[in-house]
Design a protein around this ligand. Structure first.
Ligand code: ADP
Length: 586
């Protein structure tokens, strides 16, 4: 009956029968509010779709657990669907899983009308915002991640007019996707907790963590200005921080501030609010493609593309490159480090394609440390996203096993060592195993609830009463896994891990339920990039500064050497973003 009704409706719409009683009855059948469900990055997305006069009139999200900041993708898709009166609209680049889950939810809701989506009469393409072919400002900032927004605000504070270009539909870049932690020696929480720290201690940690391949002058600037940067974020930008500090690997003391909810969203959100407050235009969907130089080689503007349009942005004072790293660009990764091929996913925003490095290289900039690419060992096998639920490992409370049910590496080794070991296992994945008491003590299922639910929904994690049951879910050798757990418990009892000499206290596994999470390494941070001096000026192949060109953030190299320590990137982008902003405005 339902199919017949929908067929009749299609016929009537095709034949343009409107206004007669019959058609109105059929249209009224399509009109109404329908609920639909899809699975996004963080689990279920539930929407209410309202259709009025055969047109999509509203899509209300009733439930969602998506990454804050990326959930804006649902607003963009909603606007596009309403504007075009079609379910067939583009996904939002950079938010693939959220877009897919949201579109599935809307389609599921529409299916409840009993009609085919083709009965909706499309009202054409999404109208893009109109743009001029040329703009002029004192300063053009390329990239609206943490470094770019910081530089833009600082340049404006120093009297410059500024335009920010962002190629993605949403700002935030890798900064938004990160945990947002900020290493700041001498910070207010350290003072409160009586933790002794100094700029020198931080300076030495950065150099040691980078195997002394860093430029000591840049490290000095970072170490000496990190606290001032954190204070600026707190007092001027209004960023809020949790009341606890984190102890990241490679640091001598606990010094890392944690933004509210332990995500980079807080920083991205507050920096965006400040841009708006200062009326700094943010041109989204605008990809910088080329730096423009005058006859003396000074950088005086940027060529960019917006939709099919080419736009010229003139910069009276200068340009700041803040385009982030190249972790999402496989060709560029393998060019500099052949091991970083397509088998390795990326935790990065899809926008991290090294555009700024290429644009700068094209006008003679010096590139440094390009081969140093950091992988994070336990990431989503589908999206490459860093899995914060896996932080149970950093609490020393989980083991990593392979398909054969055996451990294969010390679980608290350096990120690169674990990553390399995982790559050699069956399927190139590892299975993280832990028990209920580790789950409760670490609190990861609560702190990262939406990620945990998403992993459950996408069958990337299993919770089971017995070890056998958990192993079976992933087709892991259950007998071997039980032996591995027994051995581990014996090592815990004896106080020594005879196989891998795991550091820290060994806590035996107890009662179920048990958890197993599948994961694999993914590219996390590219340490290399353009060479800058301590004023954030870009340096050419002969060691001279390129006039009018500044850079800050992951686009730069030589600050972290071979290896960036956790929570140093946010300090870096803030410190050098501010320096670039001050100097470009001069
Ligand atoms: P950082 O941490 O150094 O600020 P992010 O990755 O957070 O780096 O931000 C870099 C931003 O630059 C991202 O939002 C990215 O989409 C943007 N971007 C990259 N390439 C371009 C480009 N060619 N034009 C405009 N924006 C770009």
């Amino acid at each position: 009956m339902k199919r017949i009704a929908s067929l009749m409706l299609v016929l009537m719409l095709v034949l343009g029968i409107t206004g007669c009683g019959q058609a109105q009855t059929q249209e009224a059948k399509l009109d109404g509010t329908y609920e639909g469900t899809g699975v996004g990055k963080g689990g279920n997305i539930v929407v209410d779709l309202t259709i009025k006069n055969n047109k999509i009139s509203d899509i209300a999200v009733k439930e969602e657990h998506e990454t804050e900041g990326l959930s804006d993708a649902m607003n963009i898709i909603t606007n596009d669907m309403i504007e075009t009166n079609s379910l067939d609209v583009d996904s939002v680049s950079g938010a693939t899983l959220t877009s897919a889950g949201f579109k599935t939810a809307v389609k599921d809701a529409f299916s409840k009308t009993g009609a085919e989506p083709s009965v909706l009469v499309s009202s054409g393409k999404v109208e893009k915002e109109k743009r001029e072919s040329e703009y002029t400002a004192d300063v053009i900032v390329i990239g609206a991640g943490g470094a770019g927004m910081t530089a833009a605000i600082t340049a404006a504070d120093n009297g410059a007019s500024v335009i920010v270009l962002e190629k993605m539909p949403m700002q935030g870049g890798n900064t938004l996707l990160s945990g947002g932690e900020y290493a700041a020696p001498g910070n207010w929480l350290q003072v409160k907790e009586g933790i002794e720290d100094s700029n020198d201690l931080f300076y030495n940690d950065i150099l040691t963590g980078g195997d002394n391949e860093n430029d000591p002058k840049l490290v000095r600037v970072l170490a000496d200005n990190a606290l001032a940067g954190a204070t600026w974020l707190k007092d001027e930008i209004g960023m809020e921080f949790e009341a606890y500090l984190l102890f990241f690997g490679g640091h001598s003391v606990k010094r890392s501030l944690v933004p509210i909810n332990a995500t980079g969203y807080e920083m991205s959100k507050k920096l965006t609010a400040k841009l708006n407050e200062k009326n700094i235009p943010l041109h989204k969907n605008t990809k910088a493609t080329e730096l423009i130089q005058d006859s003396d080689g000074k950088v005086v503007g940027v060529k960019a593309t917006y939709d099919d349009q080419t736009i010229t942005y003139n910069a009276n004072k200068g340009v700041v490159l803040a385009t982030g790293g190249f972790g999402a660009n496989i060709d560029m990764r393998t060019k500099y480090n052949p091991k970083m091929d397509e088998k390795i996913l990326s935790t990065n925003s899809v926008g991290s394609t090294g555009d700024g490095i290429t644009m700068a290289e094209n006008i003679g900039a010096q590139l440094v440390d390009m081969e140093y690419i950091q992988t994070y060992p336990t990431c989503d096998t589908q999206s490459g996203a860093l899995l914060y639920v896996g932080d149970v490992r950093m609490e020393g409370r989980s083991i990593l096993v392979n398909k054969e049910g055996k451990r294969f590496v010390e679980e608290l080794e350096r990120r690169d060592v674990i990553s390399n070991a995982v790559t050699e296992q069956t399927g190139g994945v590892s299975y993280m195993f832990w028990d209920e008491s580790a789950m409760e003590d670490s609190g990861v299922a609560v702190t990262h609830e939406s990620e945990y639910n998403g992993l459950l929904a996408r069958k990337q994690i299993v919770k089971a009463d017995t070890i056998e049951e958990a192993a079976k879910f992933f087709d892991i050798d259950a007998d071997e896994l039980k032996k591995t757990v027994d051995n581990y418990n014996q090592y815990a009892k004896d106080g020594e891990d005879l196989e891998f000499h795991k550091r820290g206290e060994l806590v035996p596994f107890g009662e179920g339920p048990y958890y197993i999470m599948v994961s694999k390494p993914a590219v996390h941070h590219t340490m290399g990039g353009v060479k800058i001096n301590t004023d954030a000026q870009v340096i050419d192949a002969n060691g001279n500064e390129i006039k009018g060109l500044f850079a800050a953030g992951e686009v730069t190299g030589d600050i972290h050497g071979t290896n960036r320590l956790g929570s140093d990137a946010i300090a870096d982008i803030t410190v050098f973003g501010r320096i670039a902003g001050q100097n470009v405005a001069k």
